[in-house]
Design a binder for this molecule. Structure first.
Ligand code: ASP
Length: 288
């Protein structure tokens, strides 16, 4: 029997409602999400590793311009773009991340290279910019590219299970619009916005980063699965209720289990999301 593979992606959770997203735009974003998730699924079926596939999927979403990540990233209060991203390999629990990076076009690729080429996990600001130059990565052009869709948060992320049983997670964002210079959200913090561990879950979060940091939400979900042996759906609901909502946090999460079940959960009006589970069922939605 073929080993199961599965993938889920998100383009952010927030106040996304049919009344503030014109149908033709919603259609465009849905089609884009579908294309990204189908490509990811095909690559997994062909035998690509989960780590590779989540990086590719997030890079596509960074390049879309639809989301608050990569070329569509929102500016901080000074009008500068500062990008955060993280990637984690559930097999080795190795991870790479960047925060407040200014110049790189695809922060997720820089995060992966930090994981693979340095002994560090997280590199910030000018340090991240210099590595992007040193490694000859494509740079973003500096103008702020207004996104075509109203995002409320609009971070992007991907989680995947590959043929070999490996899980991986990746998340990338411009953060919160109008944020203070140097503000870092949950996205690049391992365990807050991004986490993967083989045999447990791969998780990517979106929402008000400060609340996700204070809840250590991604790791809290994984810990409930690992130590309480909860099914992932229950772990997510408990973590949202007991950790996030209890302090007023809003947002969403995507997760994949070691057997390829998909979970797409949010407490906001909408979340851009798409998935293909171990049975090959495809799902693409924006609204509740
Ligand atoms: N969580 C991200 C941050 O706080 C924002 C988002 O998900 O939209 O930086």
């Amino acid at each position: 029997m073929a080993q199961p593979v599965a993938i889920a992606i998100h383009g952010g959770a927030g106040n996304i409602r049919p009344e503030n997203l014109p149908p033709e735009k919603a259609q465009k974003v849905r089609a884009y999400l579908q294309q990204v998730v189908e490509e990811g699924y095909r690559l997994l079926r062909e035998g690509k590793m989960a780590l590779e596939v989540v990086e590719i999927a997030v890079r596509r979403l960074e390049d879309a311009g639809y989301f608050n990540a990569g070329i569509g990233a929102v500016p901080n209060e000074r009008g500068e773009v500062e990008l955060d991203a993280a990637i984690m390999d559930g097999h080795s629990r190795r991870a790479g991340a960047v925060a407040a990076a200014h110049t790189v076009r695809n922060p997720i690729t820089l995060a992966r290279l930090i994981m693979e080429r340095t002994s560090h996990v997280l590199i910030v600001g000018q340090g991240a910019d210099s590595l992007a130059t040193l490694w000859d990565l494509p740079l973003r052009n500096h103008e702020y590219a207004p996104s075509e869709v109203p995002w409320s948060y609009g971070t992007v992320g991907a989680v995947a299970l590959d043929k070999y049983g490996n899980l991986a997670a990746a998340t990338s964002t411009g953060g919160i619009s109008g944020k203070k210079r140097g503000r870092v959200g949950d996205t690049p913090l391992i365990g807050a916005g991004t986490y993967a561990e083989n045999g447990v879950a791969a998780i990517s979060c979106t929402g008000q980063g400060e609340y996700f940091i204070r809840s250590v939400l991604a790791y809290d979900i994984a810990a409930r699965v690992r130590y309480k042996q909860l099914p992932i759906s229950e772990a997510i609901q408990q973590a949202f209720r007991e950790r996030l909502e209890s302090i007023g946090g809003q947002g969403g999460v995507i997760a994949v289990s070691p057997s390829g079940e998909i979970f797409l959960y949010f407490n906001t009006p909408g979340m851009y999301r798409a998935s293909i589970d171990a049975q090959g069922h495809i799902f693409v939605e924006i609204f509740r």
